[in-house]
Design a protein around this ligand. Structure first.
Ligand SMILES: Nc1ncnc2c1ncn2[C@@H]1O[C@H](COP(=O)(O)OP(=O)(O)OP(=O)(O)O)[C@@H](O)[C@H]1O
Ligand SMILES: Cc1cn([C@H]2C[C@H](O)[C@@H](COP(=O)(O)O)O2)c(=O)[nH]c1=O
Length: 216
C-alpha cells in the first residue's frame, strides 16, 4: 500500500473513542497532519445504510451470523471506497472501530467464535490490517453509565445488550491485546477526558515519529 498510515481505535461502549478521536483529528489537522477521520460500521453511504439496518433497535430477530456478515460487508465497501484510497494518497486514516470489533463483539461476545469471524473478515479485508490500534480500556459499567447519562443520539441495538454481554466485550478485547501486543496498545479510558486525549495523542505522535510520518 501507499505511504499513509491506518490507525484504529477500539473499546467497549462509552469509552470515549468518538469524543477523543474527533478532538484529536481537529488538533492534528491544525498542526498540519494529513488526517481523515472515519468510522465503522459506516464512513461511506453504502456502509452507513448497512449501519442503520444492523443497529436498528427494532431488529431484535437478527441472527448473529447475519450480523457478522453485515459488518463484514460494510467493512469491505468502506475499505475499497475510502480507506485504501486515502492511505494511497499518503493520508493517515483514523478509524473508529474496525476488524477487532467484529472478532470481539460477534466472535467472542455473541459466541460465533473468534476464528470463524476472523475468516469471514479475511475475505473482506484481504490482508489490510491497521498499523496501530489504540484500545480504550474501561469498566463496562462506567462506559454504560456514560452513554445512558450523556449520549445525545438514541441508544442502538448493541448498546442495549445486557451488562454480561458488555463484560464479554471487554474480556474479548483483553484476549486480543495479548494476541497482538505489537499492534494493539492499551490506554486507561477511566480517566478524565483531557488525560485520555493526552495519552492517545502521545501514543499516536510517538508512532508517527517511529514511522517517520508524514515523510516516510
Ligand atoms: N473520559 C471521559 N470522562 C467522562 N465522560 C466521558 C469521557 N469520555 C467521553 N465521555 C462522555 O461519555 C459519552 C460517550 O462517549 P463517546 O460517545 O465518545 O464514547 P464511545 O467510546 O465512542 O462510545 P460508543 O462505542 O458506544 O459509540 C459522551 O457523552 C462523552 O461526552
Ligand atoms: C465495527 C463493529 C461495531 N460493532 C458494534 C459496536 C457498537 O456497539 C456498534 C457501533 O456503534 P458505535 O456507537 O459507532 O460504536 O456496533 C460490532 O458489533 N461489530 C463491528 O464489527
Amino acid at each position: 500500500m501507499g505511504k499513509g498510515l491506518f490507525i484504529t481505535v477500539e473499546g467497549p461502549e462509552g469509552a470515549g473513542k468518538t469524543t477523543v478521536l474527533k478532538m484529536l483529528t481537529e488538533e492534528l489537522k491544525d498542526e498540519g497532519y494529513p488526517i481523515v477521520y472515519t468510522r465503522e460500521p459506516g464512513g461511506i453511504p453504502i456502509a452507513e445504510k448497512i449501519r442503520e439496518i444492523i443497529l436498528d433497535k427494532n431488529h431484535t430477530e437478527m441472527d448473529p451470523k447475519t450480523e457478522a456478515l453485515l459488518y463484514a460487508a460494510a467493512r469491505r465497501q468502506h475499505l475499497v471506497e475510502k480507506i485504501i484510497p486515502e492511505i494511497n494518497k499518503g493520508n493517515l486514516v483514523l478509524c473508529d472501530r474496525f476488524i477487532d470489533a467484529s472478532i470481539v463483539y460477534q466472535g467472542y461476545a455473541r459466541g460465533i467464535g473468534m476464528d470463524s469471524v476472523y475468516m469471514i473478515n479475511e475475505f473482506a479485508v484481504e490482508n489490510v490490517m491497521p498499523d496501530l490500534t489504540v484500545y480504550f480500556d474501561i469498566e463496562p459499567e462506567t462506559g454504560l453509565r456514560r452513554i445512558h447519562q450523556h449520549r445525545e443520539t438514541e441508544l442502538n441495538r448493541l448498546d442495549l445488550e445486557d451488562v454480561q454481554f458488555h463484560r464479554r466485550v471487554r474480556e474479548g478485547y483483553i484476549l486480543l491485546l495479548r494476541q497482538y501486543p505489537d499492534r494493539m496498545k492499551k490506554i486507561d479510558a477511566n480517566q478524565p477526558l483531557d488525560a485520555v486525549k493526552r495519552d492517545v495523542k502521545q501514543l499516536v505522535t510517538d508512532y508517527f515519529q517511529m514511522r517517520s510520518f508524514p515523510n516516510n
